[in-house]
Design a protein around this ligand. Structure first.
Ligand code: OGA
Ligand code: MN
Length: 309
């Protein structure tokens, strides 16, 4: 097995690993080591099964389960995986104007998965089952490097600041009607995150993203302006690694020290079937989504939830 860099700053690919089989301790150690250094790792190979995907993900920590989930509703993929595709339960392309498609538009803003909940998020592991022949790259930035490059006065300014993150905030920024998400708000409180994180080696990292919408101790406008300024700085082309998908890719990223975003592709023409497992650093396997959240659209490939008055 061999690890090769994909970008001057970060990101690498792992050649010669077979993740269709139970991972050996050697492979687990190699992936942990490569992730600590490169933050983004692509393992290339043939398309593996959902079960192999889940087994591989669980080798690195407990899953953050999707939810809410009714075990009786049919799904397009094994439970435990998030549906990041543009496909409906029958594998057909969903309408661009549907609420679910609008919700996924928010993924095209730089974010860290799950920063809106207080679980100890570690990695996302996104598998390319069907990939479009052109465009639809997933882009990344290394927030440790971005932090190093910040002007000293900005570093001082953000040192002890805390931001509030909400899934709904990023959906509004992505174009979903604020009224549409208003009904979700009460049951989905979001989470607070420090704007500067310290990694295991003591290296500091910026922590911000499109889920962040307010900074403690600042008025809303000032806080959002600071978040926007930091995101604009972090999104400079020179910091970005753009991953060009190949079918079978398993793309792993660290949600603590990296941001990612989807990019546009011909949504109505090409199927893009990406499936994601999220792992936490520790804790029980559970969903972070409150039981009573009502999406009003098919989430994770399942049928819309049925409400009973
Ligand atoms: C995700 C995500 C981006 C993409 O699955 O968490 O943000 O390119 N995906 O689909
Ligand atoms: Mn994401």
């Amino acid at each position: 097995m061999e690890v090769r860099k994909l970008h001057p700053i970060f990101a690498a690919e792992l050649i010669g690993a077979d993740i269709s089989q139970p991972p050996s301790q050697e492979l687990i150690d190699l992936v942990e080591e490569a992730m600590a250094e490169h933050l983004v790792l692509c393992i290339r190979g043939d398309v593996i099964s959902d079960e192999a995907h889940l087994r591989f993900a669980r080798a690195f920590g407990p899953l953050e389960l999707p939810g809410p989930f009714n075990p009786d509703t049919p799904r397009r993929m094994a439970y435990g995986l998030y549906d990041a595709s543009n496909l409906d339960i029958n594998g057909e392309i969903i309408e661009r104007e549907s609420l679910r498609a609008k919700f996924s538009k928010g993924n095209e803003l730089f974010h860290a998965d799950s920063s809106f909940n207080d679980m100890p998020s570690k990695w996302s592991m996104l598998r390319g089952v069907i990939v479009p022949p052109e465009r639809g790259d997933t882009q990344f930035v290394d927030l440790r490097h971005v932090y190093d490059e910040l002007p000293p006065e900005t570093k001082d300014r953000i040192e002890s600041l805390v931001a509030e993150h909400s899934f709904l905030a990023s959906r509004i920024k992505g174009g979903v009607d604020p009224e549409e998400v208003e009904r979700l708000k009460a049951s989905w409180p979001g989470a607070k995150q420090p704007m500067v994180r310290v990694g295991p080696t003591g290296r500091k990292s910026l922590f911000v993203g499109s889920h962040a919408y307010r900074v403690e101790g600042m008025d809303d406008k000032e806080g959002q302006a600071l978040i926007d300024e930091l995101l604009a700085f972090a999104s400079q082309d020179k910091f970005v690694y753009a991953h060009k998908w190949r079918q079978g890719d398993m793309l792993i990223w660290d949600n603590r020290y990296a941001l990612h975003r989807g990019t546009e592709f011909d949504y109505e023409r090409y199927k893009r079937d990406l499936r994601r497992a999220n792992v936490n650093e520790y804790g029980e396997e559970r969903s972070a989504v409150p039981e009573d959240v009502e999406f009003g659209y098919p989430m994770d490939g399942k049928a819309p939830p049925v409400t009973v008055d």
